[in-house]
Design a protein around this ligand. Structure first.
Ligand SMILES: [Zn+2]
Ligand SMILES: [Zn+2]
Length: 262
């Protein structure tokens, strides 16, 4: 499997992806908002885009569909419950497998929270890769302001994402790492991994930045650090009514709430 990460350079800081079968050159485009860059990259490398997956219905993920379909005839795949995406050819359910060319298999994960009809894609490869849309970001989690619910986002993290293998590579829908690491350090000032990484990503070129892994996220992403005594102690300064040993869901929801106004 070849992954082409395309940095849009737009104000929303979107990443688009091409997932390619190295044998046939067939490609699946994930949220190809910057259709010009996606089509140009495919052309340059000799890939044929035959499918598009939208992780969810927000315009910064679906806005390139029409142009990519017009140029390539690609089929459009999205969550079976995504009512605001016109022209879906194949509705996706949990565990559905999407084939790209001869060699690539991607599994759809049903991952509500950021919106209620959101899919992530997990590759069935020796080194697994997760295309996480706006559910999981580097060092952060998606917001729930536009059609989502924090309790479902917690469930998605707890029941699905945190159970993936530590060497799973993470390909999120946006580059928010710098700001997110600052939030981690605000919540857990002695987080070593976050302090180490922050200077490396300050003003970095997102086109060339590191691809994280789930194992790294567990070290630097507050939303995976729900049992950290430092995170809990800081939260209790802010929310004195919290118990000494709050459950993971309560910690997650409080962190999500703080992140909204941070
Ligand atoms: Zn979104
Ligand atoms: Zn987005």
């Amino acid at each position: 499997m070849i992954v082409e990460r395309i940095w849009t350079g737009n104000n929303y800081r979107n990443y688009n992806y091409l997932i390619v079968c190295p044998e046939t050159g067939e490609a699946l485009a994930v949220d190809p908002l910057d259709h010009e860059k996606c089509l140009a990259r495919a052309k340059e490398r000799g890939y044929q885009i035959t499918q598009i997956v939208n992780t969810h219905e927000h315009g910064d993920h679906t806005g390139g569909n029409a142009a990519v379909i017009a140029a390539t005839g690609a089929k459009l795949l999205a969550h079976a419950g995504a009512q605001r995406i016109p022209g879906i050819d194949r509705g996706l359910h949990a565990k559905d497998v999407i084939r790209v060319g001869k060699t690539v298999e991607l599994e759809a994960l049903d991952t509500p929270g950021h919106t209620m009809a959101h899919v992530c894609l997990l590759s069935h490869t020796d080194t697994p890769a997760l295309f996480s849309g706006d559910t999981l970001f580097n060092a952060g989690a998606g917001n729930c302001h536009n059609g989502g619910h924090p309790a479902e986002l917690y469930e998605t993290f707890a029941a699905q994402l945190s159970k993936l293998l530590d060497h799973t590579q993470i390909y999120p829908g946006h580059d928010y790492i710098e700001n997110n690491l600052r939030f981690t350090l605000d919540r857990e000032p002695d987080n070593r991994k976050a302090s180490e990484l922050l200077p490396q990503v300050k003003g970095h070129d997102p086109a060339a930045s590191l691809v994280s892994t789930l194992g790294l996220e567990k070290q630097m992403n507050t939303f995976f650090r729900l049992h950290s005594p430092a995170v809990i102690a800081r939260l209790r300064e802010r929310f004195p009514e919290l118990d000494e040993r709050p459950d993971a869901k309560t910690v997650f929801l409080k962190l999500r709430e703080l992140r909204n106004s941070w």
